[in-house]
Design a protein around this ligand. Structure first.
Ligand code: NCD
Length: 307
């Protein structure tokens, strides 16, 4: 069982055992980062970001630098030959001549898969449109594992833009593989999860799902509340976005309805959906998630490089 040379396009590309192996490595790195400070020496990571990003790009760059490796890349398609009309395939083939591994974020669903088919280096999907975001999922799972100590039997509330939110689609796909997860899908009617996501839950490991509109009705039952922003850039018209953008705002008053051991997660960036007063609540773990993301990506880079 080795991840060396493989690409990571969506969570099921790795078995749950392989994913578990990655978490164990991430934890070893967290506990003794000094032991890993030169493991990727002489290796080069390329970051091809056709869409805006703060955490995903910086955490990949930080991860590679902390492993002793180096980074090249661009941010925004105007900063690359995409602006001249170059295809993703040609850009990736070019980058593979220089780099040992690459991460790509692109607004088109399926773009990372195309890149992986073209390149002879490991390709990591850093988010393809409204589809998947598997390294955010590694980050989320590592956080759940650290905070809750298990995946099985959890009651997970996913709240906000469940239609366009790729982090939700990826997380559901990954969690479905564990026994008896109960998903509570909290969204306005127009932002419900796509049917294919519901089908995945139904065909997973005995999981179930329920759709509700009011967060207050279910807060008291949850182990995890996963908040998301309304994905402005994926809307066809601005009026719809403006009407839906503040559908949910988690504040200190609502937090009083939640169990003492519930955790609040968010992939970030947040817009209005979590009031900043919630940050001081010990149940808010979204900035811990950011930190975990870097360790998860360090483990991923080392495993795909096979070092
Ligand atoms: C997410 C994304 O890009 O999908 N951000 C991230 O990578 N942490 C979530 C979002 O943009 O809402």
């Amino acid at each position: 069982m080795t991840l060396q040379g493989r690409s990571f396009i969506e969570p099921p590309d790795f078995t749950t055992e392989e994913t578990e192996e990655l978490f164990r490595l991430a934890e070893r790195i967290m506990n003794s980062p000094g032991d890993y400070a030169e493991r990727a020496k002489g290796r080069l990571l390329a970051t091809l970001f056709y869409e805006p990003s703060t955490r995903t790009r910086f955490s990949f760059e930080a991860a590679m630098l902390k492993l002793g490796g180096q980074v090249i890349g661009f941010s925004g398609e105007n900063a690359s030959s995409a602006a001249k009309g170059e295809s993703i395939a040609d850009t990736v083939k070019t980058v593979a001549c220089y780099a040992d591994i690459a991460v790509i974020r692109h607004p088109k669903e399926g773009s990372a898969k195309v890149a992986a088919r073209t390149a002879d280096i490991p390709i990591i999907n850093g988010g393809d449109g409204g589809h998947q975001h598997p390294t955010q999922t590694l980050t989320d799972l590592l956080t759940i594992r650290t905070e809750k100590g298990r995946f099985e039997g959890l009651k997970v509330g996913l709240c906000g833009d469940l239609k366009f939110g790729r982090t939700v689609h990826s997380l559901v796909r990954a969690l479905c593989r564990y026994e008896g997860i109960e998903f509570i899908l909290i969204s306005p009617e127009e932002l419900r999860v796509p049917d294919y996501v519901k089908k995945e839950i139904a065909s997973g490991c005995g999981g179930s799902c329920r759709e509700v509109e009011r967060m207050q009705d279910v807060l008291s039952e949850l182990d995890i509340l996963y908040m998301t922003r309304v994905q402005k850039e994926r809307f066809f018209n601005e009026e719809d976005y403006i009407r839906l953008k503040d559908s949910y705002i988690l504040d200190a008053e609502k937090m009083r309805l939640a169990p003492a051991d519930m955790i609040v997660m968010h992939p970030l960036p947040r817009v209005n959906e979590i009031a900043t007063e919630v940050d001081a609540d010990p149940r808010a773990v979204y900035f811990k998630q950011v930190r975990n993301g870097m360790y998860a990506r360090m483990a991923l880079i080392l495993s795909l490089l096979g070092v």
